[in-house]
Design a protein around this ligand. Structure first.
Ligand code: FAD
Length: 297
């Protein structure tokens, strides 16, 4: 099923992101995660794509296929392109089609820090828009893309980033998923400016429940999201008490989600970090709210 159809329904879309197990772990470890997420009835599950990895070891295709063909849940396969040739990308597209995976989150990927990496590389794709163009011209997939309420880290000017986003969307994006953020006002401002540029695509909001201070500091360094004062206070207060930090991180994410749903967002994409117990606590907390929105629409 093409995921774009979900956005025409009355219900807000609720979806999860998972990542493949690391190289040392067997693919089988992912079954427990999917088992526990599947019972929460997500609209879809997305699977991240390791940048620069070998195509042969690439577990994204295999996990997306498991989600689709063994769990009957729609998968969204992430696909990055900045370190890939057309041949590599065509291989992945073929494999996804063979496995009935119909939805791709088309991404540029982060630029490798390796000094020998050449950007732009004439053999590779330069931007996500090049990948989207390539997919559109060759295959029939539902295409999602990333967007950045606080602007992409390489482009700290939101106006320029929004113009690049508009270009990407116009090539043929079916829906957008945001980068994580911890202050909803960034999202509301971004959405207003995106709509003013005539970006009409549904936008699903990406929310990360934070349960580990070091992990979030690492992620924020990579993506440039700002940390509000009240968030920092929680992290500092409970950093040495994992259970208290987990409770506080989940409560913070739920508060963000309730506000976003009450403001009419199309969907919530939960960055689960492969922790279904946390996804469950969030989904349980918003159950009646999702139902109320469904009924009132
Ligand atoms: P683009 O849309 O290409 O944008 C990248 C930068 O280039 C931006 O600064 C943009 O303003 C600029 N730009 C775009 N077009 C032009 C142009 N024509 N001229 C000049 N500048 C331009 N990474 C992974 O490795 N694996 C994953 O699975 C993964 N999943 C993600 C999921 C989500 C929801 C999000 C938000 C991010 C994810 N990422 C993932 C991270 C992503 O790969 C990085 O943020 C990457 O640096 C940018 O990817 P993009 O597709 O947004 O790039």
């Amino acid at each position: 099923m093409s995921l774009k159809n979900l956005f025409s329904s009355k219900k807000p879309v609720i979806s999860f992101e998972i990542f493949p197990p690391n190289k040392a772990s067997s693919i089988n470890t992912i079954y427990k995660t999917i088992d526990n997420l599947a019972v929460l009835n997500p609209d879809y599950i997305s699977v991240t794509y390791g940048a620069g990895g070998s195509l042969v070891d690439n577990k994204t295709i295999e996990i997306a296929s498991i989600i689709k063909n063994q769990y009957n849940i729609e998968p969204l396969a992430h696909l990055t392109c900045v370190t890939s040739t057309k041949k590599d990308i065509n291989y992945v597209l073929e494999k996804l089609q063979e496995n009935n995976v119909e939805n791709i989150l088309a991404l540029r990927g982060d630029l490798p820090e390796d000094d020998s990496f050449e950007f732009p590389n004439p053999l590779h794709f330069t931007y996500a828009s090049d990948l989207i163009n390539h997919i559109k011209n060759n295959k029939d997939f539902c295409i999602a893309a990333a967007c950045y309420p606080e602007a992409h880290i390489d482009c700290k000017d939101l106006n320029t980033d929004l113009k690049n986003l508009k270009n990407k969307v116009d090539i043929g994006v079916d829906f957008l998923i945001t980068q994580l953020f911890f202050d909803n006002k960034f999202y509301y401002d971004f959405e207003k400016r995106a709509r003013a540029l005539d970006i009409k695509t549904p936008i699903e909001v990406g929310i990360m429940p934070v349960v580990n201070k070091k992990q979030i500091e690492r992620i924020v360094k990579l993506c440039g999201a700002s940390l509000p004062e009240k968030f920092i206070k929680i992290m500092n207060k409970y950093e040495n008490n994992p259970e208290a930090l987990k409770d506080a991180g989940i409560a913070y994410a739920v508060e963000q989600i309730v506000d976003l749903l009450s403001s009419g967002v199309s969907g919530i994409h939960i960055y689960t970090m492969n922790k279904p117990d946390i996804a469950k606590r969030i989904v349980d907390s918003i159950y009646s709210i999702v139902k109320a929105i469904e009924r009132s629409n």
